[in-house]
Design a protein around this ligand. Structure first.
Ligand code: CMP
Length: 176
């Protein structure tokens, strides 16, 4: 099952600050804990106030315990995730991928090409994630070209790393 809003609500353990401010009905204030989390994410470093506000408006923060499966290989997916706290394990059809850590993102592939999830991703520790749904993902990329550039850069690195891994498997490790 995809890590959708229903399952995240069930797994959610709210940030106490956020819960307190939400219960006070302070919509603007309730974004502050989220903004504090966003400011720690290198993917958004150098973003101006307007850009950070847009990221905050178009995303939600969810927290879930170690062991939660966030994406299931072969299933449809509608969310993009950025790790704020915690780590996840990536299992692809060709084996385990690198562990992903705070600042890393995942879930972009299904949003970009509309294909099912390419990997199973499971929390190896308690997690705090920034979650952006499909519609908001495209809106965010349209509005923050820097974010698009950064995501493309990291995707290129992942492809390069994968090619080097395949090369090493087929031909042995490169000299040096
Ligand atoms: P998506 O296919 O939407 O869902 C699973 C996600 O796992 C995928 O997007 C990528 O974000 C991520 N992913 C897939 N393969 C790898 C890999 N080899 N290394 C790191 N992340 C990966």
């Amino acid at each position: 099952m995809e890590f959708d809003r229903r399952s995240t609500d069930r797994l959610l353990f709210h940030d106490p600050d956020e819960a307190e401010q939400a219960s006070a009905g302070a919509t603007e204030l309730s974004r502050d804990p989220k903004r504090r989390h966003l400011q720690r994410v290198p993917l958004f470093s150098g973003f101006n106030e307007d850009e950070l506000r847009r990221v905050a408006e178009l995303s939600r923060i969810v927290e879930s315990p170690a062991g939660t499966v966030i994406t299931h290989i072969g299933e449809p997916g509608d969310s993009f995730f950025v790790i704020i706290d915690g780590t996840v394990a990536v299992r692809t059809p060709v084996g385990a991928g690198s562990q992903l850590r705070p600042g890393d993102f995942f879930g972009e592939m299904s949003l970009v090409d509309g294909e099912p999830r390419s990997a199973t991703i499971a929390a190896t520790t308690d997690l705090r994630l920034l979650v952006v749904d499909r519609l908001h993902f495209w809106r965010l990329l349209d509005e923050t070209p820097d974010l698009t550039r950064r995501i493309l850069t990291i995707l290129s690195r992942r492809v390069r790393h994968l090619e080097q891994t395949v090369h090493a498997i087929l031909h042995g490790p490169s000299p040096g």
